[in-house]
Design a binder for this molecule. Structure first.
Ligand code: ASP
Length: 440
C-alpha cells in the first residue's frame, strides 16, 4: 500500500479553523498515514508564532525574570484551539512539566520544541491518531549532529506497528535524553526523515503557498508556480534564498528517491510543486525553472602576471580566507586574474587584513576588494539542451542597461550565475523573467 507522509506548517495549524481543514485533507486520502505538525504559526500579520513566544518566554525565565504572563499567553493559544475544536483534552499536566523545565533550565531547544510537542498532542487527539513523541525516535549524536542511522532504525521499528500517527516536527533527543531541535523551519526535515523511514511513496509538505514560484513575488507581480523541479535545481535556488522548504529536508528523501509535493492547505486542488530526482519525462514549458538571487556580496579581485602557470596559487589565496573563517561562494577566474566572491557580512571589518595577507601569501601585484554585488542564479534543467540561453540572458540585461560584473556557469549546465550592482538587482530579475517566462 502507498504511504504518504504529510507535514503541515505553522500557518496551516494556527487555529481551529485550520485544524479542521487539515483533518479534511488527511481523511480525504487514506494513504496519508503519518502526520508531522509544526507549532501554531501566525493567525494574522502582526501575530507571533508560538515558537517565537517560547524562545522569548524561556529567555525571560533563564534570566530570572517573571515569565508567568508570557507562559499563560502560550498556554492560551492551545486552550483556544482545544475549546474551538470541542475536544476533550486537558494539557494542564503538560504545562506544569514544561514550566518546571523552564525554571530548571531545561534549555532553549527544549523550550522551543514544546510548540510542536503540544500541537502534536492536540492534532493526534483531534484526528484519533496515535501520538509518537519525536524524542523517542529522532536522535542526535554526542556532537549534536543528526544521527541518521539510529533514527532510521528507531522510526522504522516503532512505526511498523503503528497504522496512523502524529509525530511532532523540529526536535529529537540527545544521547543524554535532553531535547535538541533542528534549525528554524526544521519540521520540514522531520517530515523528510519520517518519509524515508516508512518508505513513503510521497512526502507532502502542506504550507500556505501553492508551491515554489519562478521568481520572488516581492519583485515580480504574480509569478508563475513551478510545477516540477529536480532536487538539484531546488538546491541551486534555495542556496540563493528561494524559501519555502528547509534546505536539509531534501537529503533524506532524495537518497531514497521519494518525491516531495509542496501543497497549499488553503487551496487544496492546486497541484503545487513536485520535487523529483529526475525529470526526463517531465519537460518544462519554460527553459528556465526559476530565478533567485541575493544582495550582499563582495568581490576580491586578484591579479598577477603568469598566475596560470603558478602551482598552488589558488590554494594560497583561499587559505587566507580559511584562516579568517570566511567561506567563499564563487570563484570565477581568468588567465592571470582570479575573483573570489564572498559574503559582505563575513568580510566586513577584515578587508584590509585580508588584502594584505593575500598579497603576502601569493605575491599578487594587485588585490582590490569591492562591495555592493548582487548575485542572480538562473536555474533550469532545460538549459542543457537549449542553445542560446546565455545569449538571451545577456541580451536581456543589456537591453535593461545593466552592467554584468561577473559570470559563472555551474559545471552541470544547470545554472548561470550573474553578478550585477546591488541597485540593478530587481531590474535584472525582471528583465530575465520577462524574456524567458512572460514573452513565451
Ligand atoms: N516551529 C519551528 C520554527 O518556527 C519549526 C518549524 O515550524 O518547522 O522554526
Amino acid at each position: 500500500m502507498n504511504i504518504k507522509v504529510v507535514k503541515f506548517g505553522g500557518s496551516s495549524l494556527a487555529d481551529a479553523e485550520h485544524f479542521r481543514k487539515v483533518k479534511e485533507i488527511i481523511t480525504a486520502d487514506c494513504s496519508r498515514r503519518y502526520v508531522i505538525p509544526s507549532a501554531p504559526g501566525k493567525r494574522f500579520d502582526d501575530d507571533i508564532k508560538v515558537t517565537d513566544m517560547l524562545y522569548e518566554c524561556y529567555d525571560i525565565a533563564s534570566n530570572g525574570g517573571d515569565f508567568d504572563e508570557h507562559f499563560t499567553r502560550i498556554a492560551s493559544r492551545y486552550e483556544q484551539i482545544i475549546d474551538d475544536l470541542g475536544i476533550e483534552l486537558n494539557l494542564g499536566d503538560e504545562f506544569a512539566i514544561i514550566k518546571k523545565g523552564f525554571i530548571g533550565g531545561a534549555g532553549r531547544d527544549f523550550a522551543a520544541s514544546r510548540g510542536e510537542y503540544l500541537n502534536g498532542i492536540v492534532l493526534a487527539k483531534f484526528l484519533g491518531y496515535e501520538f509518537v513523541d519525536s524524542a523517542r525516535v529522532i536522535f542526535f549524536d554526542d556532537k549534536g549532529d543528526f544521527d541518521s542511522e539510529r533514527t532510521n532504525d528507531a522510526l522504522a521499528n516503532v512505526l511498523e506497528s503503528v497504522e496512523r500517527a502524529v509525530i511532532p516536527g523540529f526536535y529529537g533527543a540527545m544521547p543524554n535524553d535532553t531535547i535538541k531541535t533542528f534549525s528554524r523551519g526544521g519540521s520540514d526535515v522531520t517530515g523528510s526523515i519520517v518519509a524515508r523511514a516508512v518508505k513513503a511513496s510521497m512526502y507532502e509538505n502542506w504550507t500556505d503557498v501553492s508551491g515554489f514560484l519562478v521568481a520572488d513575488p516581492r519583485i515580480i507581480d504574480n509569478p508563475k508556480v513551478i510545477t516540477c523541479i529536480t532536487y538539484r535545481e531546488l538546491r541551486e535556488l534555495s542556496y540563493m534564498g528561494a524559501g519555502v522548504l528547509h534546505e536539509d529536508a531534501i537529503f533524506p528523501v532524495r537518497s531514497a528517491g521519494i518525491p516531495i509535493n509542496i501543497k497549499n492547505t488553503n487551496d487544496v486542488d492546486a497541484p503545487g510543486t513536485m520535487i523529483v530526482a529526475e525529470a526526463h519525462d517531465k519537460p518544462s514549458k519554460y527553459i528556465i525553472t526559476g530565478i533567485a538571487g541575493k544582495k550582499g556580496f563582495t568581490i576580491i579581485n586578484i591579479e598577477k602576471d603568469m598566475m596560470n602557470a603558478e602551482l598552488g596559487f589558488g590554494r594560497r589565496a583561499l587559505s587566507v580566507l580559511e584562516k579568517n573563517k570566511i567561506s567563499f561562494e564563487h570563484l570565477p577566474s581568468g588567465i592571470d586574474t582570479m575573483c573570489i566572491i564572498v559574503s559582505t557580512e563575513d568580510i566586513s571589518g577584515k578587508e584590509e587584513k585580508i588584502r594584505n595577507e593575500i598579497i603576502r601569501e601569493t605575491g599578487a601585484e594587485y588585490v582590490r576588494i569591492e562591495k555592493g554585488l548582487a548575485l542572480l542564479a538562473i536555474v533550469g534543467r532545460g538549459m542543457r539542451s537549449t542553445r542560446g540561453t546565455a545569449a538571451r540572458i545577456f541580451a536581456a540585461l543589456a537591453h535593461a542597461n545593466i552592467n554584468v560584473r561577473m559570470i559563472d556557469q555551474g559545471s552541470s549546465e544547470l545554472n548561470i550565475i550573474v553578478g550585477v550592482e546591488e541597485e540593478c538587482f530587481e531590474r535584472a530579475i525582471k528583465a530575465i523573467y520577462d524574456i524567458f517566462i512572460l514573452c513565451l
